[in-house]
Design a binder for this molecule. Structure first.
Ligand code: DC
Length: 224
């Protein structure tokens, strides 16, 4: 990390799938006028590239190579992979499930590490994922661990998918989500765990506005 980057503040928001991290991260970044990193999108983009290029998903080195060759750009709501907008495609459950599987690979995590750190630019960054506070930005001055009950998360994801025009089935989603949580929490490399200095926020019964306010209040407290 350059000396310049070290001075750039980062708020990390880690948590299980569909805990609302993405929405909260975007809203907090907007309120502060900061940049945002959706690190899950990088794992999803890797999974999509693996599918599209016919890479063997069990070959850890080949998956890591595919990740280091990703030609990605985030432009507003668009996620460009080699110039094509794949923002909708990477949200599909099949892509999310493959992302969760390959995310356990150490060579892949290593391949994505510097790419993620490069998002740290002035005036600040809000980074969401699983290991933002523990591995990628361990020096972040504010770390949030965002949790929510698995039923609330499955309902949110179901609604989200339907709004985007994809078919969704609540009991199937619940089952997938439990399996994904289990994998994300129990993998050997960078498992989903709260950093020792993270603040845990349970959003099961909080609105988006309430959660955003809580994070912004923590930030005004942290930077006093
Ligand atoms: O946040 P998400 O559901 O878009 O993430 C997709 C998968 O990527 C998730 O199952 C675990 C993995 N992931 C990860 O291992 N580390 C991150 N920092 C972000 C996501």
């Amino acid at each position: 990390m350059s000396a310049l980057q070290a001075g750039v503040p980062v708020i990390t928001i880690d948590g299980p799938t569909a805990s609302g991290k993405g929405t909260i991260a975007h809203r907090v970044a907007q309120a502060l006028g900061w940049l945002v990193l959706d690190s899950g999108a990088l794992y999803r983009l890797t999974a999509l590239a693996v599918q599209q290029q016919g890479v063997d998903p069990n070959d850890q080195e080949a998956v890591a190579r595919a990740a280091s060759q990703l030609d990605v750009a985030f432009q507003g709501d668009q996620v460009l992979l080699s110039g094509h907008d794949v923002a909708g495609l990477i949200r599909q459950e099949s892509v999310g499930n493959l992302a969760s599987k390959v995310a356990a690979y150490a060579p892949l995590r290593q391949a994505l590490l510097e790419r993620q750190r490069a998002f740290r630019k002035a005036p600040g960054l809000v980074a969401d994922g699983r290991d933002m506070g523990t591995v990628v930005f361990p020096d972040a001055p504010l770390k949030i661990f965002l949790v929510a009950d698995v039923n609330a998360r499955a309902e949110r994801r179901c609604k989200q998918l339907k709004e985007k025009g994809f078919s969704a089935n609540l009991s199937g989603l619940l089952e997938d989500m439990r399996a994904r949580d289990e994998r994300d929490r129990n993998r050997a490399n960078a498992p989903l765990v709260a950093a020792h200095d993270a603040k845990t926020v349970d959003s099961s019964n909080l609105s988006i506005d309430e959660t955003v306010k809580l994070v912004l209040d923590f930030w005004s407290g942290a930077c006093k």
